[in-house]
Design a protein around this ligand. Structure first.
Ligand SMILES: Nc1nc2c(c(=O)[nH]1)N[C@H]1C(S)=C(S)[C@@H](COP(=O)(O)O)O[C@H]1N2
Ligand SMILES: [Mo]
Length: 425
């Protein structure tokens, strides 16, 4: 799309055709206009990349994105953490389409850096309250019946910097601690059947093979329901950053229980408290008490276009509002969009099929009149849960929380098309 100059006649035509639902001439340059631009690589000239042969099929045995996409990368925020080994980076959600996050762009959260694990030397031990403690190698695990599921994974700290007010300059940082992949592996319940879980068992301790030996307590019920011991991500073996060669995938639950580089599962009758500071994330409540376990990532959504990184740069006219919604309770049922800070709402279209505990793409056509907007999205899931306002969430959880901030997000759009991160009551 090379149209830049404001041509009143063309504009009004676009406006009319868009309003009539005819989008065929929505954007693009007239041939005369383009030819006048005089760029050697533009029509009617033959671009330079058509004048010689390109690299052949052995040049790039493992493909990578076009060099022109070099801005589409994970980014971190320097002041957030003291070290890079125990830190987090953010998925560039504003650059992505559909619902699948490319593996190389999935946000990373490590407590002790990324271990380099030889799969030949990797084992998963399951022990504790079981009849037959067993040690599995990777071949053993891949031999079991397998399954693939599309699920989001979100760090409960996503958005946590904004309890007191809008702070982050872009959607990558306000909402980028989430990714959504197709995970393949074996059901944890299958492995637990193999070892024979004893009657008294109620909890699991999962341990990672990283320098942090990160451990998490997880209720046995969830394991029997839908936890996956995953070895593949988006069709290939899991990336080192995301847990190679084995991780727990705990659908819809907070990121930290999705133990990466999984090496051990101990079955017990109660949660473990021996490493208080690392065995869970807690939620501080307004009365000073803390919620010990908040496993489910409740419904959340955000508009990824426009957003601070993707302003409304074409002036008045047609835009498609795009964004993502997700819920740890199940399927996204409905996403509503407001352009006036929550006074009026319109229902967006959801991309089908909608998967349970998965990112869900929503879209809504908008004919922008150039006036300022307060853009919001509000997700509801099939459990009946509706994404709360920031006001409601603050009333319930106070100003000093860190985790599980899933309130309705607001972008202020200025007449210039610039988009700002704001909070409205
Ligand atoms: N072994 C191990 N597992 C881990 C972590 C870790 O540091 N070590 N971080 C956890 C946290 S806090 C999150 S949010 C998710 C992030 O998963 P990702 O890096 O694949 O995005 O991994 C979890 N699993
Ligand atoms: Mo996390």
């Amino acid at each position: 799309m090379t149209e830049t100059k404001d041509k009143p006649s063309r504009r009004s035509f676009l406006k009319k055709s868009a309003a009539a639902g005819g989008f065929t001439l929505l954007a693009g340059a007239g041939v005369g206009e383009a030819m006048a631009a005089g760029d050697d690589n533009l029509p009617p000239n033959v671009p330079e990349w058509m004048k010689s042969l390109g690299p052949g099929v052995t040049a790039n045995p493992y493909g990578s994105p076009s060099p022109f996409e070099k801005n589409v990368v994970r980014r971190n925020v320097g002041w957030l953490t003291a070290t890079e080994e125990s830190s987090i980076n953010f998925t560039p959600i504003h650059e992505l389409d559909g619902i699948i996050t490319p593996s190389g762009l999935c946000f990373e959260r490590h407590h002790g850096g990324v271990p380099e694990i030889d799969p030949e030397q990797h084992r998963l031990m399951i022990h504790g309250l079981v009849d037959r403690p067993l040690i599995f190698n990777m071949d053993d695990l891949m031999r079991f019946p397998s399954l693939s599921r599309i699920h989001f994974l979100e760090c409960p700290a996503n958005g946590g910097m904004e309890w007191k007010g809008a702070q982050m300059a872009g959607v990558q940082f306000s909402h980028g601690m989430v990714h959504c992949c197709e995970w393949t592996g074996v059901k944890l319940s299958t492995l637990l059947a193999e070892v024979g879980v004893q009657k008294a068992a109620k909890w699991l301790l999962a341990e990672g093979a990283d320098a942090a030996a990160m451990t998490r307590s997880i209720p046995l019920d969830k394991a029997m329901d839908d936890i996956i011991v995953a070895y593949s991500q988006n069709g290939e073996r899991i990336r080192p950053e995301n847990g190679y060669p084995l991780r727990l995938l705990v659908p819809g639950w907070e990121g930290n229980v999705n133990v990466k580089w999984l090496r051990r599962i101990k079955v017990g009758d109660q949660p473990w408290h021996h490493r208080e500071e690392t065995s869970k994330y807690t939620d501080l409540m307004p009365d000073g008490k803390a919620r010990q376990f908040t496993f489910v990532q409740e419904a959340n959504s955000v508009i990824t276009s426009p957003c601070p990184e993707k302003p409304m740069k074409f002036g008045k006219g047609f835009y498609e509002i795009r964004g993502i919604a997700w819920s740890g309770y199940g399927k996204i049922k409905k996403v509503d969009i407001s352009i006036d800070g929550g006074m009026n709402w319109k229902t967006a279209e959801l991309q089908a099929p909608v998967f349970s505990k998965s990112l869900t793409r929503f879209r809504l056509p908008l004919q922008w009149d150039g006036r300022p907007m307060l853009l919001q999205s509000r997700a509801a899931d099939d459990s009946g849960y509706v994404q709360p306002t920031i006001e409601a969430l603050r009333k319930a959880r106070g100003l000093n929380s860190i985790y599980h901030k899933n309130s309705i997000h607001t972008w202020r759009v200025l007449p210039t098309g610039e988009v700002q991160n704001v909070q409205v009551a």
